[in-house]
Design a protein around this ligand. Structure first.
Ligand code: NAP
Length: 481
């Protein structure tokens, strides 16, 4: 089955940081796949930019190398690759300095969409925005794509917002949270708002609790320096987990429109209760002789958390009394991202006490194997009488939609949305600031108390205390498997 693709207007996309890790792994392979799928129009151009001096041939060789690693063998085809390369150009430019701008300015065309992807360190965002204006390269309808992290706290996020706002209108700024580009996350909205089935049950009267898990098996890798200044709260909770929480908890917007959606998400963030210290567990992986966080980051005194679990309350009519449990961490047993909506017990069992009821759970899997799974009670087959059993109504998207359907990577979708001018899946400045305003006091409290994270074994499901966070409420985390 060939996927239906909505064509986009012709564009010049400048990727600042084109030789970096993100461009190599995600942006360039993503653009190639969109091109293979026929979504990139004739005449569109991708202009790589970084400080390193590089000729066109060298850049082509770099892109070829990246694609050989990050697209499938079936997609990597010489003839198609050559045609894709015709679309590429490279400019050596210092985004924070004065070299290269005239060359870039000379390449840009007036009659196509102009987009600038800031795939560079956040310290360069402000100077880059300034120079794009100074050199007359950004027009009133140009778009800029800004990578995470968007600030380190509320003060720095505000400063960054102000710097960008000095040169670009909010409608031109696309702040990426790639979780929002995942197919399942958008499907969560389709499930909630395109079916009559779920919405009447989507509240504290019928939902016992919600779990959001983003578990990684990898450690901090080469990002140790950055990660140690950030930790799981800043790196994952403030953005990805909070965005997922917002999509579950928000009221139905009146249309699928960027500001209608973002207004509703913002209301959720503003309705979050402050978190009690007892409702947060921080962890750090440590093992005798094996992988240990402090060794990996090269900081024996580090108190940064590589794991966090917390209980969060959304204080409004819909959710009063339904806790949201969030957890994320590195070097855990399995790599899995999922949202689990656990429904309440039926008010009365007609099958008697002996037949143990298990909660209905709607699981939305973000990775691996994007899909949904609804656990329901049925009669156990056979002549053994009315015995109950819980089974999964499982829907893997790849299976359900048939052979040949490829679920595009989040970055592919998001870049095409930038070209279309659709900001629905991007964070607005007030959302980012509200998220920091909620997170900052939690971190300040740890700092004040010199809180030390609890150790956990690499390959486990996190510290014991995290299990207790749910146990003491009479609940259990879903197994990370
Ligand atoms: P990276 O591997 O360090 O690459 C940085 C890129 O920026 C290189 O191409 C570098 O090339 C270029 N660069 C640095 N300073 C520059 C300047 N003054 N002017 C022009 N180009 C400059 O970083 P990355 O991992 O790709 O990350 C890029 C951004 O994405 C960061 O904001 C990061 O936080 C974010 N991000 C990355 C990932 C990921 O998986 N990598 C995930 C989420 C978010 P030259 O040295 O030749 O200039």
């Amino acid at each position: 089955m060939v996927s239906r693709v909505i064509p986009v207007d012709c564009f010049d996309l400048v990727v600042f940081g084109a030789t970096g890790d993100l461009a190599r792994r995600k942006i360039l392979p993503g653009l190639y796949r969109r091109w293979l799928d026929g979504q990139i129009p004739e005449g569109a151009r991708i202009i790589g930019a970084a400080r390193s001096a590089m000729g066109a041939d060298e850049f082509h060789a770099f892109v070829r190398e990246a694609l050989s690693e990050f697209v499938t063998a079936a997609e990597f085809d010489d003839a198609r690759l050559a045609a894709f390369m015709d679309m590429l150009a490279y400019v050596a430019i210092d985004a924070a300095g004065d070299t290269g701008w005239t060359v870039l300015g000379g390449l840009m065309r007036d009659d196509v969409v102009r987009a600038f992807y800031f795939s560079v360190a956040p310290a360069v965002f402000g100077p880059l925005a300034e120079r794009l204006h100074l050199h007359g390269i950004a027009t009133a309808d140009s778009r800029i794509v800004v990578e995470k992290p968007f600030g380190h706290d509320l003060t720095s996020a505000r400063k960054l917002n102000r710097m960008l706002a000095a040169h670009f209108d909010e409608s031109q700024i696309y702040r990426i949270d790639h979780y929002l580009g995942k197919e399942t996350v958008q499907n969560l909205m389709a499930v909630r708002f395109a079916n009559i089935l779920f919405e009447p049950l989507w509240n504290a009267q019928f939902i016992d609790h919600v779990e959001i898990t983003v578990a990684e098996t990898v450690g901090v890798g080469g990002r140790g320096g950055y990660y140690d200044r950030s930790g799981a709260m800043r790196d994952m909770v403030q953005n990805h987990l909070m965005q997922l929480l917002c999509l579950i908890a928000m009221e139905p917007p009146n249309r699928f429109d960027p500001d209608a959606m973002r207004d509703e998400k913002l209301k959720v963030i503003r309705a979050l209760d402050p978190v009690a210290p007892a409702d947060v567990v921080r962890g750090q992986y440590a093992s005798n002789g094996g992988a240990s966080y402090v060794d990996e980051v090269g900081n024996p005194d580090s108190r940064t958390e590589s794991f966090i679990a917390m209980k969060v309350h959304v204080s409004n009519w819909r959710w009063k009394g339904t806790p949201f449990y969030l957890r994320t961490g590195k070097r855990l047993r399995t790599r899995v991202s999922e949202i689990a909506i656990a429904f309440k017990e039926p008010p009365h069992s007609i099958f008697g006490e002996a037949e143990r009821w298990k909660e209905n759970v709607l699981v939305i899997r973000l990775q691996p194997d994007e899909g949904m799974d609804l656990r329901v009670m049925i009669k156990e087959p056979g002549p053994g009488g009315m015995r109950l059993k819980d089974v999964a109504l499982d829907m893997s998207f790849a299976e359900a939609l048939g052979d040949g359907v490829q679920i595009p990577d989040a970055y592919e979708r998001l870049i095409m949305d930038v070209i279309r001018g659709n900001q629905t899946l991007f964070m607005r400045s007030d959302e980012v600031e509200a998220a920091w305003a909620w997170v900052d006091p939690i971190i300040a409290d740890w700092e004040k108390r010199a809180d030390v994270p609890r150790p956990y074994d690499p390959g486990s499901s996190g510290p014991e205390d995290a299990l207790m966070l749910m146990h003491r409420d009479g609940r259990r985390w879903r197994e990370v498997k």
